[in-house]
Design a protein around this ligand. Sequence first.
Ligand code: 4NP
Length: 155
Amino acid sequence: MKKVLFVCLGNICRSPTAHGVFQSLVDQNGLSEQIHVDSAGTAAYHVGNPPDSRSTETAKKRGYDLTPLRARQAIEEDFYEFDYILAMDSSNLINLKAIRPSDYDGHLSLFLDFTSMSEAEVPDPYYGGDAGFEHVLDLVESASQGLLEQIKKEL
Ligand code: 4NP
């Protein structure tokens, strides 16, 4: 069993998108018993809320259902639970490093380390237009493929 946690700031746009896209890929590959997927935010602003409707609609157009997801905050205990903790941007990564136990021996990095696309971070789409949400989906779909290939080698 491998456990994967996607993390952004609010857990209502980028990380739930990654959660839904990667879960769908895991399911399509028949690996839902072997890979557990979750998401969280470094901030608590939106705890308990469903994903932003713009993320839900953009994902739905590509066949992903984000509606069951609810926001929660990332906590230190997540480091005892998850093998992969993947940040959407470098600010999220800094915040995660601040709560990482010194003995964490899992994988903490930027999610886009798993794609060969030129960008390093998934940009925050919250204050922008629809194109930003489409771009999040493009980046997340690409990195999800790369992440699955990596985890498959370890199962
Ligand atoms: P996310 O986007 O980190 O991708 O979920 C944001 C959601 C909410 C806020 C910022 C970013 N906010 O400031 O409330």
